[in-house]
Design a protein around this ligand. Structure first.
Ligand code: GLN
Length: 497
């Protein structure tokens, strides 16, 4: 194996080499650095990278630890001490995190090296990474298309072998959807399974951090390091953390998988539908039983989410006032003008739209009609899932109704973008766990192969079982072995407008 082959490894393979001391953490970082230098100019997955700090950590790395010497990319909404944490927003352009998020602290304690921050939709609001104030991330399978979002930088970096694994956050699908569009594994833990301390809050009753990886077992390895109680986050559950790798390799006999009739909706791309149907047939051939279930409140999920998440966002983003953090408007005459101009200059259009929507649904006179009712519907959605999980171990669906779409195609129509969250969003309303993994490809007219993602949803805290089911599928198919056709050091074509 030569150094240039290293970035193609997954975390488990890399750990084998590091543990046997066949390669040093420094050599791994240097190989990754040259891969990023060759590939990232084509996909724009990273916002900042601190290789000098990473090399210092590599020199100290304990390769006997579970993730000893493994570089991990971190979505730029998660604090890494000393590194920028901009949320891809102008308002935090000059902000550096003064401390580590608990997930980062835990990854470091397991030996991982967080070396760089990945691009995202501003404050994680979006599904395409086009809402980044810096640049859109491009899909490694077709650089004229989006990588998904909001954790699009993390997904693209992993897909392009420009990261061994990455962290993302998922408030309404932002780990699973970019994983689906970019052809990698994305895992959303149950609400409360992973600490949110040190994450910049978008919608606090939805947000969860989780891994984006090349394989299901890599997701389990990262979850082993990330999960668990944290006294610094009062919503983080005080429940024992199982070994998420323990069930991997167990067969699917006796496993019951649910197909929700409400997910058989129009608007799903026929190629996505066909790939998911084939995956369901494959599960049957592996011994799983397929059961029809009902999630009767599905049609309200998107509206409910966009009321509650915007309400929480409007409250959370009130702290960006030009006094305490980041961007500060100049030459203002009084405090109100200072707040107003700072926020006018600092926030992008989608963030402003969310703040306005959220303020509206919380305002007196509308609170009962919108926010209070949405809370009640949220409970009904939660009960839908609770009833379904009395019958089945997991639910199967597409992750996204469509494969990666061209840059610019949907950013003009926010409602169309919101509606495509239909399969991912309900899991966040209910607080359950879910995974997206590759299950096929859709060929475009230009001959590009676009990945299709399969979503498995599991009951709250049933992470180990979801990983087991996903792993059985992955290991009996070849989708995860396919790599995007990126060639090193190619200048990306300038886009024709
Ligand atoms: N696409 C959804 C939104 O725009 C989900 C985002 C997320 O999970 N952070 O809100």
């Amino acid at each position: 194996m030569t150094a240039s082959d290293l970035p193609a490894l997954n975390i488990a393979e890399l750990r084998d080499l590091l543990g046997r001391r066949e390669v040093s953490p420094r050599a791994v970082l240097e190989a990754l650095q040259s891969r990023i230098a060759e590939i990232d100019p084509q996909i724009d997955a990273y916002l900042s990278i601190d290789f000098d700090a990473a090399l210092e950590e590599a020199a100290r790395a304990d390769v006997t630890l579970p993730l000893g010497g493994v570089p991990i990319a971190i979505k730029d909404i998660i604090s890494v001490a000393g590194q920028p944490c901009t949320c891809a927003s102008k308002i935090l352009r000059n902000y550096r995190a003064p401390y580590d998020a608990t997930v980062v602290r835990k990854l470091k304690a397991a030996g991982a090296i967080p070396f760089g921050k990945t691009n995202m939709d501003e404050f994680a609001m979006g599904s395409s990474t086009e809402n980044s104030s810096v640049k859109p991330t491009r899909n490694p399978w077709d650089i004229s298309r989006v990588s998904g979002g909001s954790s699009g930088g993390s997904a693209a970096a992993v897909a392009a072998d420009a990261a061994f694994g990455a962290l993302g956050t998922d408030t309404g699908g932002s780990i699973r959807q970019p994983a689906s569009l970019s052809g990698v594994v994305g895992f959303k833990p149950s609400y409360g399974r992973v600490s949110r301390f040190g994450l910049v809050a978008f919608a606090s009753s939805f947000d969860q951090a989780g891994p984006l990886t090349k394989t299901v077992s890599d997701a389990a390895l990262l979850m082993n390091a990330m999960a668990g109680h944290d006294p610094l986050d009062s919503t983080c559950l005080n429940e024992a953390v199982p070994d998420y790798t323990a069930n991997l390799g167990r067969d699917l006999r006796g496993i019951r998988l649910g197909l929700a009739q409400e997910y058989m909706i129009a608007g799903v791309d026929p190629k996505v539908r066909a790939a998911v149907d084939a995956a369901v047939a494959h599960f049957e051939s592996l011994g799983a039983e397929i059961v029809a279930v009902s999630l009767p409140h599905t049609e309200y999920a998107v509206a409910t989410y966009y009321i509650l998440a915007t309400a929480e966002a409007s409250a959370n983003l009130a702290r960006f006032d030009g006094v305490r953090y980041g961007h500060r408007a100049e030459n203002t005459r009084n405090l109100f003008e200072h707040y107003g101009r700072t926020r006018e200059e600092g926030f992008g259009p989608e963030v402003k739209r969310r703040i306005i929507l959220g303020t509206y649904v919380l305002s007196s006179g509308y609170y009962e009609a919108y926010y209070a009712r949405a809370q009640k519907v949220r409970e009904l959605v939660r009960q839908d899932f609770a009833r379904a999980f009395e019958q089945v171990d997991a639910l199967v669906s597409p992750t996204s109704p469509v494969p990666a779409f061209p840059l610019g195609e949907r950013s003009v129509d926010p409602l169309q973008m919101y509606l495509a969250d239909i399969f991912t969003i309900a899991a966040n309303l209910a607080g359950i766990c879910g995974i997206s993994l590759p299950c096929g490809f859709a060929q475009t007219e230009d001959g590009a192969q676009l990945p299709i993602g399969l979503q498995l949803l599991g009951a709250a805290l049933d992470e180990a079982r979801i990983l087991q089911i996903a792993h059985a599928y992955e290991q009996s198919t070849d989708w995860h072995k396919k790599r995007p056709p990126l060639v090193a050091n190619v200048q990306r074509p300038t886009r024709k407008e």
